[in-house]
Design a binder for this molecule. Structure first.
Ligand code: A3P
Length: 339
């Protein structure tokens, strides 16, 4: 039996188990082995603030509106803003994950709660921390990573017509100055072939892939239980946000239940519901949410209806399998126009 200094031993270990070299963060306070090797400066007596639920997207379905409405609730608190990605932390996808747990937790303001003799002593109101990162939905590694750290978190997903979502996303990246999106029409992007230049293919994939809803949901459901998942119809969020927020509060078991009908008002100029400030004034989301752009051309619409047919059919099947999940009207409509 031979041994080596720790560094060499580590290198040897990861040579034998390369699949383990990518870290996966768990909650040290829930794992005796981790607790034992945790730094002396860290303590589980001060409860770490971690989100109770995640709004996972996908992008362009109304996630900012939902985030804003949730943040109006006195018992709900979102993460502190990130200097790079504003309201989104984008921890479980991409490189931020390698910044570690302390980095993630620094976004959640301490709730001043401490654990004494296993009893939570809280000096402030109980708060429901949440995080909204719209790119989590279709992130390959996200369900596994999120589950490892937040196994009992609830998940909130918003779905709209995937064709509409793709078009809104295209308009979004165009407005952000994406060169490819500005050089190619929407039709050219969605019909780009596999022999097209790589940047165009990449843009096409990023535009179309998140709309394969059933595929992505199945990946989440491989880690989280059906009962932990709440699906919002994004069209209802636009038309009747107060009811959507009521259902969501019930699902999240948030108390007290806030009646959003007196806090949200339809703004005819904006064309969306906005936050009531006083009798005459309301605060709407910025110009980049609810953009003005021409309607999608007929040809693109037809192509996307065909493209998403199998995915939409799989979504209906999945919703039925999950039980007591209403089939959104947009989904029924899309299937009836393509079949
Ligand atoms: P468009 O700008 O294409 O109309 P996200 O916040 O996930 O990026 O989604 C943006 C979309 O949210 C907007 O897309 C808009 O249609 C939708 N939305 C839903 N409710 C809204 C609201 N109250 N105010 C503004 N946009 C809203």
């Amino acid at each position: 039996l031979t041994s080596a200094p720790p560094l060499q031993l580590g290198e040897q270990y990861f040579k034998l188990h390369p699949e383990e070299s990518d870290p996966i963060w768990g909650n040290p306070c829930e794992d005796e082995r981790h607790k034992k090797i945790w730094s002396r400066n860290k303590s589980c007596n001060v409860l770490p603030s971690l989100p109770k639920f995640l709004v996972i997207g996908p992008q362009k379905t109304g996630t900012t509106a939902l985030y804003t409405f949730l943040s109006m609730h006195p018992s709900v608190a979102s993460n502190l803003p990130s200097p790079d990605t504003f309201e989104e932390i984008q921890f479980f996808n991409g490189n931020n994950y390698y910044r570690g747990l302390d980095w993630y937790m620094s976004f959640f303001p301490s709730n001043n709660a401490t654990l004494t003799n296993n009893v939570i002593q809280s000096s402030s109101n109980p708060r429901y921390f949440f995080e909204k990162s719209a790119t989590y939905f279709d992130g390959e590694l996200v369900p596994k990573r999120a589950h490892q750290l937040l196994p009992s978190a609830k998940l909130v997903v918003i779905l709209i017509s995937p064709a509409k979502r793709a078009y809104s996303w295209y308009q979004h990246v165009r407005a952000h100055g994406d060169i490819i999106a500005n050089n190619y029409s929407f039709y050219q992007v969605i019909t780009a072939s596999d022999s097209a230049p790589k940047p165009l293919r990449d843009l096409r994939n990023r535009c179309l892939n998140p709309g394969k809803y059933a595929q992505h949901l199945e990946k989440w459901l491989a880690f989280y239980a059906n009962q932990q998942l709440h699906i919002i119809d994004g069209e209802q969020l636009k038309l009747n946000p107060a009811e959507v927020m009521n259902d969501l509060q019930r699902f999240l078991k948030i108390t007290p239940i806030m009646d959003y009908s007196s806090h949200l008002r339809y703004d005819p100029k904006k064309g969306f519901f906005c936050q009531v400030i006083n009798e005459t004034r309301s605060k709407c989301l910025g110009k980049s949410k609810g953009r003005n752009y021409p309607p999608m051309d007929e040809k693109s619409m037809k192509i996307l209806q065909r493209y998403y047919l199998s995915h939409n059919t799989a979504l209906v099947k999945l919703l039925k399998k999950l039980g007591s999940r209403p089939i959104p009207l947009w989904l029924k409509n899309e299937l009836s126009t393509t079949t």
